[in-house]
Design a protein around this ligand. Structure first.
Ligand code: FAD
Ligand code: NAI
Length: 466
């Protein structure tokens, strides 16, 4: 058993933990990052953001080659080599996780392999393959992330009945896949397997997809994804999934009328949300306040116990990698005597379907509910020359601004590269900018970003190309 004295020991090497570790080291704190899964990068790099984006990209290329190249005058048939596609995804993950290991080394952060727990304030006990060690430290930062929320009565095996992790590595394309939950994971991974040839049915408890998103944008998304072949069963709940003769028999029930339906499918993806992963840390014994496993923190990410902090998916707020990173930076900057801050009003959200769906700020429904008077400017990608040249004219940009001050309150984009386009809106909103500020900014031509400018012009009813 060895001992070391650190300023900060971080438990969890995901985007929250490893980014916090690098920033802490930059600020001169002697830092260790404890990670149990064997590779750094957390859910995001190993079984989340990055493998899903690799497969989204590969499957989009497959659809392009199969269905869209011909209209560009490029002929020839293509076939799917799933093993190579999955292998490429694994290589992307391997390279990225190794990259994070290199970054920790470069910043002189000690990467400690093993599962951490907190026997008492100021100590982290790490159980690794090579035995146990206790790290003595001034402060502890918990960044242990989240896991899939299970659906009671439905047991996942990561082969036939899978969480997102299994859905990233299916050995063959299912004939029929049912996705339970029309949230971000359901739509992204449902899209992947639908593009590769599966019939995909998305079963959602509510009567809409992507709950919480600006409703018009959600409806447009449903229409576009429906055109691509995704089938939606809304207002339905799955009550049982039984494995019978190599298939899964699903029983579901309509929420309003209780009408029962059965479906026999090859694969079921359970994607009904994620929950904080905080078990095994010893938090109950230490008296760290939690609500349903979610660690409660103050404005400086301090838990109810002095010397213990928490960030990312295991604390309240959106479960997004960039939010976890912002939390991590703000937390350690505060620990180092600076003034860390995160603006939770402006955390962007992007669904990486095709087209992408990207939103920031308030939805129209939220503004109505809050009684805020607003103006709306919309511009369709069908009227954007670059989108037309690309053959990507589905979707629109929608800007909501305050009726009196013109301050931008929300931006909702569905369309090509929506996630990248959104960054302009986020920056303008961070500076408290107006729709007029965007409208008066020179945007290069021909560019997709001209649709953002035109939507800003449309707020004042003076769009040019519509
Ligand atoms: P995590 O990334 O979950 O990292 C926590 C780490 O802590 C894990 O590696 C875990 O092994 C480790 N750990 C836990 N307990 C211990 C312990 N006791 N000792 C040592 N180590 C421990 N977000 C986006 O912003 N964009 C996306 O495109 C996106 N796509 C996603 C796709 C999928 C399929 C999934 C599942 C998630 C996706 N997310 C996405 C969400 C994103 O992955 C999370 O929000 C993000 O990873 C949270 O970061 P974190 O550092 O808080 O936790
Ligand atoms: P989610 O919260 O996005 O969606 C879950 C959906 O399941 C909701 O629509 C909900 O109404 C529905 N649901 C809940 N219980 C149900 C039931 N019993 N039957 C049918 N439907 C039910 O959760 P998801 O998709 O699992 O993703 C988890 C988190 O991962 C997201 O909240 C997001 O933060 C993160 N993520 C982010 C991505 C991105 O930023 N691009 C990509 C993937 C995940």
């Amino acid at each position: 058993m060895s001992e070391a004295l650190y300023d900060l020991v971080i438990i969890g090497g995901g985007p929250g933990g490893y980014v916090a570790a690098i920033r802490a080291a930059q600020l001169g704190l002697k830092t260790a990052c404890v990670e149990g899964r064997g590779t750094l990068g957390g859910t995001c790099l190993n079984v989340g953001c990055m493998p899903s984006k690799a497969l989204l990209n590969s499957s989009e290329k497959f659809v392009d080659a199969q269905k869209h190249f011909a209209e560009h005058g490029i002929k020839g048939s293509v076939e799917l080599d799933l093993e190579t596609m999955l292998g490429r995804k694994d290589k992307v993950v391997e390279d990225l996780t190794k990259g994070v290991e290199f970054l920790l080394k470069k910043n002189k952060v000690d990467y400690v392999k093993g599962w951490g727990s907190i026997p008492k304030v100021g100590e982290v006990l790490v159980k690794g393959d090579d035995g146990e060690q206790t790290l003595k430290t001034k402060d502890i930062l918990i960044a242990t992330g989240s896991e899939s929320t299970p659906l009671p009565g439905i047991e996942t095996d990561e082969e036939q009945i899978v969480t997102s992790t299994g859905a990233l590595s299916l050995k063959k394309v299912p004939e029929h896949m049912v996705v339970i939950g029309a949230g971000v994971i359901g739509l992204e991974l449902g899209s992947v397997w639908s593009r590769l040839g599966a019939q995909v049915t998305v079963v959602e408890f509510l009567d809409k997809i992507l709950p919480g998103i600006d409703e018009e944008t959600g409806k447009l998304a449903k229409r576009v994804l429906g055109k691509q072949g995704l089938k939606f069963k809304l207002g339905m709940k799955v009550t049982a999934a039984d494995k019978v003769d190599g298939k899964v028999k699903l029983t579901m029930e309509s929420v309003k009328k209780g009408k029962v339906e059965e479906l026999e499918v090859d694969t079921v993806l359970v994607s009904i949300g994620r929950r904080a992963y905080t078990s095994g840390l010893g938090l109950e014994e230490l008296g760290v306040a939690m609500e349903r496993g979610v660690i409660q923190v103050d404005g400086n990410f301090k838990t109810s116990v002095d010397g213990i902090y928490a960030i990312g998916d295991c604390v309240p707020g959106p479960m997004l990698a960039h939010k976890a990173e912002e939390d991590g930076v703000a937390c350690v900057e505060t620990l180092a005597g600076q003034k860390g801050h995160v603006n939770y009003e402006l955390v962007p959200g992007v669904v990486y379907t095709h087209p992408e769906i990207a939103t920031v700020g308030k939805s129209e429904e939220a503004l109505k509910e809050a009684g805020v008077a607003y103006n709306v400017g919309k511009f369709p990608f069908s009227a954007n020359s670059r989108a037309r040249a690309m053959g990507e004219s589905d979707g629109q940009v929608k800007i909501l601004s305050d009726a009196t001050s013109d301050k931008v309150l929300g931006v909702h984009i569905i369309g090509p590269a929506a996630g990248e386009l959104l960054s302009e809106a986020v920056a303008v909103m961070e500076f408290g900018g107006s729709a007029e500020d965007i409208a008066r900014t020179c945007h290069s031509h021909p560019g997709l970003s001209e649709a953002v400018k035109e939507a800003a012009l449309a707020v004042d009813k003076r769009a040019i190309h519509m």
